[in-house]
Every structure is written in structure tokens, then in C-alpha cells.
Write a protein that binds this ligand. Structure first.
Ligand SMILES: NC(=O)c1ccc[n+]([C@@H]2O[C@H](COP(=O)([O-])OP(=O)(O)OC[C@H]3O[C@@H](n4cnc5c(N)ncnc54)[C@H](O)[C@@H]3O)[C@@H](O)[C@H]2O)c1
Length: 330
């Protein structure tokens, strides 16, 4: 296409102003056509692997935005439970979205659920999948096993994406033969509420793959941002070291947990202080991320582990989910 444009333009002369203008108009129309068509996602059929906290949320928003979704997990019991939680979440959405239209709300819930199929056999169901999103446990070996199997079973056009929070996308993709069609789609919890998606590209991710992932995120009603495959992408790369600096402050005795939180809420305008945030995220998750980064980058002081954090995790004080972390919860 580039050489055609080059050839056409080189034939233009100043003696043909009208033809010149018409040609320019045609070229603009052609280029507008191509930019419009490339901004429309080719993604219709989506497979979501893992139907936990994140996978169920991703399946829900994809189905609610008219995509056909196949949701996969290890057992039918897990999948049935996930479908129930999606239904409850959709009921909440419908109550807000169709405040004075109960019938419209019921139809929205039924239609969305109708676009989700469940299975424990991804290899046999993957036939017409345009985009596969992995949201299983945060373990490289488990993800490698899954992607090796799926790479063999999936059609060549299928794009693969991982929702990992802390593992390098390039390393996850390394076991596949489609590194050019592999990227990160990092959603935030709870998926139906949180607007952001970090769209992550590795050096091998092609522009077409990246554009398809970016456009798909927009179709879900999200706001995508682009990020290279670096530890923590944007949000966690800033948030986790910030939490760890607060923990180190506590460790040194510079200030109490309560005072650190009050200071950041009232002085920096944050809705939650760093200790409250750590308890909300889960101290085990925070420790898992920082330990992984420390192992990979032992010279970065911001990634140093913390004794207080290690001790709380060892005593199963993991934050809100266990009733105690930096604070106690009823
Ligand atoms: N929880 C968060 O706030 C959050 C945010 C962003 C990204 N993530 C990432 O999303 C991924 C999933 O996290 P989560 O919180 O939803 O976990 P989760 O434990 O709630 O769900 C994981 C699900 O994957 C299933 N699973 C495990 N191995 C499987 C396999 N081989 N095949 C099919 N299903 C399998 C499990 O049965 C479970 O239902 C992780 O990579 C995590 O880092 C989590």
C-alpha cells in the first residue's frame, strides 16, 4: 500500500491543480477508511481461563459488551459458583442501569448470561476463539503448562493475553510459538467497577496485536493505557514500593501505622493510607510481589523485603481477608 501511495503522489504536477485536489481528497478518504477499520476490533469470541475473582469479572464485562464468552476452570462446581456470582453482580449493574425499567434490566441480565458458555475442556472449545485471556493462579510453571497446551490447540489467528499482576509477560509467552500475538491485559479488581486496563506489549508483540488488545479494552468500556513489559507495569510499580516504604517507616519507628495513614489521607489527599491499602490488597499478595522483584533485581533498594511484613504473613495475618493485618477487623 505504501508503494502505491508513493507512485500516485509522484505523478502529481502543479499543472493539474483540480486533479491534485481530487486525488488528495480520495487519498484522505482511503486513509480515513483504513484508520476507521483498524480501530474496529476483530474480536468477537473470547475465552477466559480461570473463573476466580478476576476471570469471572472479565467474562462478565466481555459478555455485557456483546462478546461471546467461553469461561474455563478446573471443575464444574467452581464454574457454577462463578456463574452465580456473575449473575449477582449483573443484577446489581441492572438495578443501576435500568432503574425504572425492570423488564429491560431482566433482559440485560438474561442476554449477558446467555452469551457465556462454561467448560473444563479449553483445548476442545478453543476452535473459534479470537482472544484468550488467562486469569489463573499467579504461578509461572502453571501458566507455562496451560499456554503450552493451548498454543497447540488454538487456531493461528488467536491472540493470547495474560492478566498477571507481577510476572513478566515475555517469560509467560516464551513457551508459545505465537510471541507476536501475545500481550498483557491487566485488569483491576473489581473488574466491573474499575475503569483501567493496562495493555502490555513485549518486544515481540506486533502493532496489530497491541491495537486489537487496546481496541478490545475500549469496547469493554474501559480506559486502556499502554505499558512496556516492566515489573508491575504502571500502577503496581508505583504502588507496591510506596506501600513498602510505608512499612519500612513503621519498622524504623518513624511513625505509627495510624499516623502514616492519616498523614497520607489528609496531607496527600489519598482515599486510603498505605497500611490500610496493604491490608486491603492482602499482605501475602504484597509479599509475593516484592519477593519476586527482589529475587530478580536484588540491587534495587525499593524492592527490599521487610521483616514486619514477613512476620505478619508467617502468622497468617494477611489483612482484611483474615481479620487482621496492620489493623484488626471485625
Ligand atoms: N486479585 C486481584 O486483585 C488481581 C488483580 C489483577 C490481576 N490479578 C491476576 O489475575 C490472576 C488471577 O487472580 P485471581 O485473584 O482471580 O485468582 P483466583 O484465585 O480468585 O482465581 C483463579 C482461578 O483460576 C483457576 N485455575 C487455576 N489453575 C487453572 C487451570 N490450569 N485451568 C483453569 N483454571 C485454573 C482456579 O480454580 C481459580 O478459580 C493472577 O494472575 C493474578 O495475579 C489479580
Amino acid at each position: 500500500m505504501a508503494s502505491l501511495f508513493h507512485c500516485t503522489a509522484s505523478k502529481l504536477s502543479s499543472a493539474q491543480p483540480l486533479r491534485h485536489a481530487l486525488l488528495r481528497k480520495n487519498l484522505a478518504a482511503i486513509s480515513a477508511f483504513f484508520s476507521t477499520s483498524s480501530s474496529q476490533s476483530a474480536i468477537k469470541n473470547v475465552m477466559v481461563i480461570g473463573s476466580g475473582l478476576m476471570g469471572a469479572g472479565i467474562a462478565q464485562v466481555a459478555a455485557a459488551t456483546n462478546h461471546q464468552v467461553t469461561m474455563v476452570d478446573q471443575t464444574n462446581a467452581i464454574l457454577t459458583k462463578s456463574m452465580r456470582s456473575i449473575e449477582k453482580s449483573l443484577d446489581r449493574v441492572a438495578k443501576k442501569k435500568f432503574k425504572d425499567d425492570a423488564e429491560g434490566g431482566n433482559k440485560f441480565v438474561a442476554d449477558t448470561l446467555g452469551r457465556i458458555t462454561i467448560t473444563t475442556e479449553p483445548n476442545t472449545a478453543i476452535g473459534d476463539t479470537d482472544l484468550l485471556i488467562e486469569a489463573i493462579v499467579e504461578n509461572m510453571r502453571t501458566k507455562h503448562k496451560l499456554f503450552t497446551d493451548l498454543d497447540n490447540a488454538a487456531p493461528s489467528h488467536t491472540i493470547f493475553a495474560s492478566n498477571t499482576s507481577s510476572l513478566p509477560i515475555r517469560e509467560i509467552a516464551s513457551v508459545t510459538k505465537r510471541k507476536d500475538k501475545f500481550g498483557g491485559l491487566h485488569f483491576f479488581n473489581p473488574v466491573p467497577m474499575m475503569k483501567l486496563v493496562e495493555v502490555v506489549r513485549t518486544p515481540e508483540t506486533t502493532d496489530d496485536t497491541f491495537d486489537a488488545l487496546f481496541q478490545f479494552s475500549k469496547e469493554l468500556g474501559k480506559v486502556p493505557v499502554s505499558c512496556k513489559d516492566t515489573p508491575g507495569f504502571v500502577v503496581n510499580r508505583l504502588l507496591v514500593p510506596y506501600i513498602m516504604e510505608a512499612v519500612r517507616m513503621l519498622e524504623r519507628g518513624d511513625a505509627s501505622a495510624r499516623d502514616i495513614d492519616t498523614a497520607m489521607k489528609l496531607g496527600a489527599g489519598y482515599p486510603m493510607g498505605p497500611m490500610e491499602l496493604a491490608d486491603y490488597v492482602g499482605l501475602d499478595t504484597t509479599k509475593f510481589i516484592i519477593d519476586g522483584w527482589h529475587e530478580e533485581y536484588p540491587d534495587v533498594p525499593l524492592f527490599e523485603p521487610s521483616e514486619i511484613l514477613n512476620d505478619l504473613v508467617a502468622r497468617n495475618k494477611l489483612g482484611r481477608k483474615t481479620g487482621e493485618g496492620f489493623y484488626k477487623y471485625d
